[in-house]
Design a protein around this ligand. Structure first.
Ligand SMILES: [Fe+2]
Ligand SMILES: [Fe+2]
Length: 209
């Protein structure tokens, strides 16, 4: 199946994936999948994993988000990915490994990544939720969901409950090394945001004296 792992075939998968990513959900669009693919390639190179499995899994890992018919978006994406890869002509063993990675990129339904490729896909996906890109994605989601900046059910609570938890739940050392400086940048952003709010409240107190 060496011949299937060509740029032409990958390009076909990119074109098919493009049609599945919802235009309204810019936090989980094709650009997200392409960034996860680049992170995945980088981590695969450093961890000695099978790049083609990771590239295919990254491109297709969120295609089921807008049309989740199974329990979780990861399960829906995995089902759709299997059909796409069959139609594109990939071998059964590649398809099964891609499926396994996609199913466990989210821990929503208790699926744990067990293969190196699945662990790398999981980590690559989380690396797209830190740093300036991570903040951009967070606020993009907030615009769709109607979340305020802080308070109950807000950007800050999503950051604290989801993104902070990723810090303690990455599988590869390579990913952790990339995650940490980007996570620090986000921490500094929230500190700055609270400092600005505090200064504004002091302006208010001063003007009411
Ligand atoms: Fe996902
Ligand atoms: Fe994702």
């Amino acid at each position: 199946m060496e011949t299937m792992a060509t740029q032409d075939h990958l390009q076909r998968v990119v074109q098919i994936a493009r049609g599945f990513y919802a235009r309204k959900d810019r936090a989980h669009d094709l650009e997200h999948a392409l960034r996860v693919r680049e992170w995945g390639k980088k981590l695969a190179e450093e961890e000695g994993a099978d790049v083609i499995i990771i590239e295919l899994a990254a491109l297709l890992h969120d295609i089921g988000r807008s049309r989740a018919v199974e329990k979780t978006h990861a399960e829906s994406s995995a089902g759709l990915a299997v059909n796409i890869l069959h139609k594109t002509g990939y071998a059964e063993d590649i398809i099964l490994r891609v499926k396994e990675a996609i199913i466990s990129h989210s821990r929503e339904a208790g699926h744990e990544p067990n293969t190196l490729e699945a662990k790398i896909l999981y980590d690559a996906d989380k690396l797209d939720f830190v740093g300036a890109i991570g903040l951009g994605r967070l606020f993009t989601m907030a615009g769709v969901q109607g979340w305020p900046l802080i308070g109950e059910n807000s950007c800050e609570t999503f950051y604290q409950e989801k993104i902070c938890s990723y810090h303690n739940y990455l599988f590869t050392k390579s990913a952790l090394a990339y995650f940490e400086p980007r996570f620090l940048y986000m921490e500094q952003f929230w500190q700055e945001l609270h400092a600005e709010r505090l200064k504004l409240s002091l302006f208010g107190q001063a003007s009411s004296v």
